[in-house]
Design a protein around this ligand. Structure first.
Ligand code: ADP
Ligand code: MG
Length: 404
């Protein structure tokens, strides 16, 4: 079963029609301006596709967590300003979501126009997936498009119920181009990766990613583990980890995983150790069996980076989630940057490289290597849930076809 996308509908579905597009414009604001427009840029292909075909585009998004109350601090108005600059044409804004003002603004649209509604989380029924909100949104348009991969793991009125209402009324509910790309890239890695397929998992907590590890283990050729997550595995091996972050109640689970995974699971052999997790801290490079009681493991060491690189160099598909250390501090960022470079080189020689997860993506961007990856996922939580093998509610409700 394949999720239908805007490319599956005929052009006649768009000309002169109102198309409601759920986007993820949950961007950082500073002094009433958009501080990082990556997420807005990511939707431009979908918006261009629709406006070029004469659609009247109505955008709906959330921003932050206003908790169902009207709060100017979370207004999407600054986003409309930035979107207008990027489109080279005015994106209108209406300070309403499903009320009379929004309906009037939607009806006033001409072919190729773009309208941004106010923050949908100003409505108490959005996060509770209420039918009333969904009906209000559905009433604005003839076609529904979900291009908000980053919000697809939530069953909210603008991601789930609205698509159900549209479909019940015989109107299309399809994926946008950004959503399509995310589903294709992550889906292919899980279902039919070119081999060798290497996954690299890091970050802080085993508990948060155990389902990802369980789902990936049978699919990958090698699973490389870094970050604080490796510490819990070290303990399972009987190693001393000093004052490092360890999930004590997951040590037994880590031991079982090691047993089950055998050679497939690759742990760091050396680490960057410090007495304090702060900038300017003094650091030591130590083998994993030499961590002193007062030390904290805060990054993988250079021998491990070299080993991980060997796996990446041989791979045809590499999937990475979670930094190799406390990468937000320069002293502990070298392992993460080293792995990012290895992936960039792999991309250059034709391998498929995919990076997902909020902090990993931030680290790759910070290293200036984001555009050297095949795919950088825009959805942190959503990509994790997808990699766990779960069906995303915002995807499950879209139209499907039986072809492959
Ligand atoms: P992502 O957002 O990419 O999924 P996570 O949120 O799981 O990644 O993990 C990122 C966090 O893990 C960062 O805050 C980083 O500081 C922390 N981290 C990684 N390695 C270590 C470590 N060795 N010790 C302490 N914290 C770590
Ligand atoms: Mg994170």
């Amino acid at each position: 079963m394949r999720t239908l996308t805007i490319r599956d509908l005929p052009d006649s579905a768009y000309r002169g029609r109102r198309v409601l597009v759920r986007v993820d414009y949950n961007v950082p604001l500073e002094d009433g301006r958009v501080a990082d427009d990556t997420r807005i840029q990511a939707t431009l292909p979908t918006l261009r596709y629709l406006t070029e075909r004469g659609a009247r585009v109505i955008l709906v998004s959330h921003l932050g967590r206003p908790k169902g109350r009207w709060d100017e601090a979370y207004s999407l108005r600054p986003v409309a300003a930035r979107l207008s600059e990027l489109l080279g044409a005015e994106a209108r804004f209406v300070p309403d979501v499903v009320g009379a003002e929004a309906r009037a603004a939607a009806e006033a649209l001409r072919d190729g126009d773009v309208l941004l509604l106010e923050n949908v989380r100003f409505l108490p029924g959005e996060e509770t997936n209420e039918r009333e909100v969904a009906e209000g949104l559905a009433a604005l348009a003839d076609v529904y498009v979900n291009d908000a991969f980053g919000a697809a793991h939530r069953a909210h009125a603008s991601t789930a119920a609205v698509a159900e209402v549209m479909r019940q009324e015989g109107r299309p509910a399809v994926a946008g181009l950004l959503m399509e790309r995310e589903l294709t890239m992550l889906g292919k890695a899980l279902e039919s990766p070119e081999r060798p397929f290497v996954a690299i998992i890091g970050g802080a907590k085993i508990s948060g990613k155990i389902d990802v590890i369980e789902n990936l283990l049978p699919r990958v050729d090698s699973l490389l583990v870094g970050g604080a997550m490796a510490n819990t595995f070290f303990r399972a091996l009987g190693l001393q980890t000093g004052r490092s972050l360890v999930e004590e109640d997951r040590v037994e689970l880590a031991r079982q995983l090691l047993e089950r995974a055998g050679e497939k699971l690759v742990l760091p052999v050396d680490c960057v150790v410090s007495g304090e997790a702060k900038p300017g801290a003094r650091t030591w490079l130590l083998d994993r069996d030499s961590v002193p009681p007062e030390g904290m493991i805060l990054d993988i060491g250079p021998k491990t980076v070299a080993t991980f690189r060997e796996y990446v160099d041989r791979a045809r598909t590499v999937l990475w989630n979670g930094p190799m250390g406390m990468a937000e501090i320069e002293e502990f960022s070298h392992g993460t940057v080293g792995v990012a470079r290895a992936l960039a080189d792999a991309t250059a020689r034709g391998a498929t490289t995919i990076v997902g997860g909020g902090d990993s993506v931030a680290a790759v961007q910070e290293a200036g290597l984001a555009d050297r990856m095949t795919h950088v996922s825009t959805g942190g939580g959503a990509s994790l849930e997808f990699l766990e093998g779960r069906t995303l509610p915002g995807v499950a409700v879209l139209d499907r076809s039986d072809d492959a």
